[in-house]
Design a protein around this ligand. Structure first.
Ligand code: ZN
Length: 299
């Protein structure tokens, strides 16, 4: 067994070779030392997230990327894509569902590891950079096949976004407009998955956060009073499996739209919900709950 300091050096070296270059040695040392009680699990997380190991793992476990196994229309067995009254795509139920029913299981096709949810303002850039570096052709194919749109929402775009875009433009030789198009698509369709684990004996904490594009989850619309919920990960194994499950949290009737909440709708006020949704996903929420709360406020 190598000493922790040696392991950190090795880990940092490996990380430098991947797209996680932002992880400086100092930060890794800090994180690993405070979490050394949970070192093994944490190293496992870091190791797992490395892009290169993706194919191996998929092959070993016989997991196929969902775009090959789940058709777009319908999604799964009991759901289908439809156009709502605004002419936007949503998902509706083809059967009746009870509370607790599993609606769908799917897997990401593009993803990036994040340091924390705190950096959510820049989350979409991580995934954009990952796609530009490794999967641009696959991504364009995916965008075509699923008809993903870059003009649905306009994510915040300020001076620092311009800087990131110029940096990526220099590295890839793409125009800023192309990069912004990909960034818009990523911002509109990505999901955040996370796990926080507490090691009971040492009372230490480890966390994994991932931003990803999951084919069937792309088209569910947000509601602040949703009728489904993504299942949270309880173990490292579940997080590593990358399976994303959507569970009914209300009774859903055949033909009804299925929605889930993109951000915290239990604790956040109307103002906070709108602010977060605008920042992260670039849209102003006008679900029934938001409209009612707005009307009550105006009275
Ligand atoms: Zn709302």
């Amino acid at each position: 067994m190598k000493k922790l300091s040696e392991q950190i050096k090795i880990e940092a070296k490996k990380l430098k070779k991947t797209t996680h270059q932002h992880e400086t040695l100092k930060k890794i040392r800090h994180r690993l030392s405070i979490e050394s009680g949970f070192k093994r699990g944490y190293l496992e997380l870091l190791k797992f997230e490395r892009e290169k190991e993706r194919e191996d793992r998929f092959a070993k476990e016989g997991i196929k990327p969902s775009k090959k196994t789940i058709p777009l229309f319908p999604v799964g067995n009991g759901l289908e894509v439809f156009l709502n009254s605004d002419g936007q795509r949503g998902i509706r139920a083809l059967n009746d569902y009870n509370i607790g029913d599993l609606l769908i299981t799917d897997y990401p096709v593009f993803w990036a590891t994040l340091k924390s949810v705190e950096e959510d303002v820049r989350m979409s850039w991580k995934l954009t950079a990952e796609i530009l570096a490794h999967n641009r052709k696959d991504f364009e194919k995916f965008v075509n096949e699923y008809e993903l749109r870059h003009d649905l929402h306009t994510p915040r775009y300020d001076e620092s976004d311009r800087k990131i875009s110029s940096f990526l433009s220099k590295r890839t030789g793409l125009e800023n407009s192309d990069i912004r198009r990909i960034y818009n698509i990523v911002s509109t369709y990505h999901c955040i998955s996370q796990i926080g684990l507490i090691h009971e004996e040492t009372k230490t904490y480890a966390m994994g956060v991932r931003s990803s594009i999951i084919p069937s989850l792309c088209f569910f619309n947000h509601s602040c009073n949703p009728n489904s919920q993504r299942q949270t990960y309880r173990t490292i194994e579940e997080y590593k499996s990358m399976s994303e499950k959507l569970i009914a949290t209300k009774e859903i009737k055949k033909g009804e739209e299925v929605t889930w909440a993109y951000s915290d709708v239990l604790n956040d006020s109307l103002k906070n919900r709108r602010k977060k949704l605008k920042q992260r996903f670039g849209f102003q929420c006008s679900c029934k709950r938001c409209i009612t709360e707005q009307q009550n406020k105006n009275r």
